[in-house]
Write a protein of this length. Structure first.
Length: 208
């Protein structure tokens, strides 16, 4: 499977707390943002760097800086919104688009209802974010929407993934790397990840 599980102790510790049903909306929001920041380190590990020179208070130094790479962050509405601020802490110049996809409760298939992207899609590398990769339908659809509009480099970042969702994305988009904090056991009969963490959107915004 084209998936990387980020097992850093800080990520795993915070994930353990966020899974707990006793963690309220405030704690859930804060933890989700923190985990997104930590995961962003790994997702951006392969950004190209160029050597340049700066003047320190003591002497000139040869340093490495990111080579003008344009990045975009695309949350899948609505739960993906909780991961954006954490990434922007590290990459404040990234542009943010939004894709709205909901899962039909009967067919479990994705339905697009909103798509707003930066104007220079073809020039950017994109990170699609969504806390849950369950059936994979919404993520695969969102990736497809980006590709249709010219995106060439796309990564998918999620908090918890099910094997079924990973398989769906790998099958439809084998070129897209998946980054997750946990690869869980399976989906249940209602399409929820087991053990998962419940409905990420409801827990993030305090709704039911």
């Amino acid at each position: 499977m084209n998936v990387r599980v980020l097992d850093h102790p800080l990520i795993q510790h915070k994930l353990a707390i966020i899974r707990d049903e006793k963690t309220g909306a405030k704690g859930f929001r804060e933890l989700l943002e923190e985990i997104a920041t930590l995961m962003a380190y790994e997702v951006t590990r392969d950004l190209p760097v160029c050597e340049t020179e700066v003047q320190t208070p003591v002497a000139k130094a040869k340093v490495k800086m990111i080579c003008g790479k344009k990045l975009g962050v695309i949350p899948i509405l609505r739960a993906g919104l909780g991961m954006v601020s954490g990434i922007l802490r590290l990459i404040p110049t990234a542009k943010v688009g939004h894709i709205g996809v909901y899962r039909d409760p009967e067919t479990l298939r994705p339905v697009e209802y909103y798509c707003k992207l930066p104007t220079d899609v073809a020039e950017r590398d994109f990170i699609i974010v969504d806390p849950m990769l369950a059936t994979g339908g919404s993520a695969a659809a969102a990736i497809g929407f980006l590709k249709e509009r010219g995106a060439k480099q796309i990564k998918l970042m999620c908090l918890v993934a099910a094997p079924e969702g990973v398989k769906t994305v790998n099958t439809q988009h084998p070129d897209v790397e998946i980054y997750t904090a946990a690869l869980d056991e399976r989906l249940n009969d209602h399409g929820y990840i087991v053990p998962g963490l419940g409905d990420a959107g409801d827990r993030l915004f305090g709704t039911k």
